[in-house]
Design a protein around this ligand. Structure first.
Ligand code: GLN
Length: 308
């Protein structure tokens, strides 16, 4: 196959770009190796192609959000989830303390306010905080096709500086969007963000979305088709936060970024793509990850609005 050579070439092209910064607000992430760089394609037929650092573990961070949204929708149904979390792009930063006027509902599940709420909606209502974390880790693992684990050091490091997410959770509690103890929900959400993955795992997770909710390798159905459609739609409008419009026009692939440097894209019926490069732009998206996706999209005609 020519794909590995192509991936090597594109990686070499973006490698010299040292723009951007590591996520400084989580001390443990600021200690990451900024030079790491990798990219993986996982097709819906179960083929996998990668180049660079594809087996280096890093924390999933916000890339957990679309998958936890899928679990909440599958576990609780659309009505109860939509009543608590909207689907409108916020055009604001991922950690903005903004809730819909009147209802207090977070605008969408990709910003922290929405993701903290969907964490609380994963699994049945009567789960303990620890059982809910296990529901989420198990669900993320099924998307990846292998058992994933939590990085306790990153989790503890983020919890020490979680004042903003705690403030958001208390606001949600005051509006009755959250009904549980806000600090327990934030702790669970931060554990969810601290799940360790590789670019290979992320590509499989994205490929499971691209493959209508069935993991292409394990054959396990992880989410129902209507749930996957909902998740991909929200990724395409909100996945890149306040850079979602630039992304939609220039790359045109439903996507999600994380502050540890991961980035996924899922092209329905075709392919899951993951990149890893830790330095971030001012929106919290990986600088070289965005460049890689721009190349992939234009070189291979992957923009969803383009006729193949
Ligand atoms: N755990 C991070 C936070 O809540 C995730 C943010 C991200 O990846 N954009 O701030």
């Amino acid at each position: 196959s020519v794909i590995p050579d192509y991936l090597d070439e594109v990686l070499r092209h973006v490698e010299p770009d040292t723009g951007g910064e590591l996520a400084g607000y989580i001390p443990e992430l600021a200690a990451a190796d900024p030079e790491r760089l990798g990219a993986v394609f996982a097709t819906v037929d179960g083929e996998l192609y990668g180049a660079g650092d594809i087996d280096t573990e890093f924390t999933i961070q916000s890339i957990s959000k679309p998958f936890t949204y899928a679990l909440a929708l599958a576990d609780r149904g659309f009505g109860p989830v939509l009543a608590k979390v909207g689907v409108e792009p916020s055009g604001e930063a991922f950690n903005q303390i903004s809730l819909e006027p009147g209802t207090g509902r977070p605008l969408n599940p990709m910003i922290n306010a929405g993701a903290i709420t969907t964490h609380a909606l994963a699994g049945s209502a009567d789960l303990s905080p620890a059982e809910r974390v296990e529901r989420v880790v198990h669900g993320l693992s099924e998307f990846a096709g292998r058992r994933l684990r939590v990085d306790d050091a990153v989790c503890a490091s983020e919890m020490e500086h979680a004042h903003r997410n705690l403030a958001i959770a208390h606001m949600l509690r005051s509006h009755g969007i959250l009904t549980e103890d806000p600090s327990a929900v934030v702790e669970g959400y931060v554990r969810q963000c601290s799940v360790l993955v590789t670019a290979r795992d992320l590509a499989m997770m994205a490929a499971t979305l691209a493959n209508r909710g069935v993991n292409p390798r394990s054959g396990v159905r992880v989410a129902p088709e209507p749930v996957v459609r909902q998740v991909l739609s929200v990724m395409s409008t909100c996945g890149m936060y306040d850079a979602a419009g630039d992304w939609a026009t220039q790359v045109g692939i439903p996507a999600k970024s994380g502050v540890a440097g991961g980035l996924i894209g899922a092209l329905p019926g075709q392919i899951g793509i993951a990149t890893f490069s830790p330095r971030l732009d001012r929106h919290g998206n990986s600088v070289r990850g965005v460049s890689l996706f721009e190349r992939f999209s234009s070189d291979m005609g992957l923009h969803v609005m383009e006729v193949p």
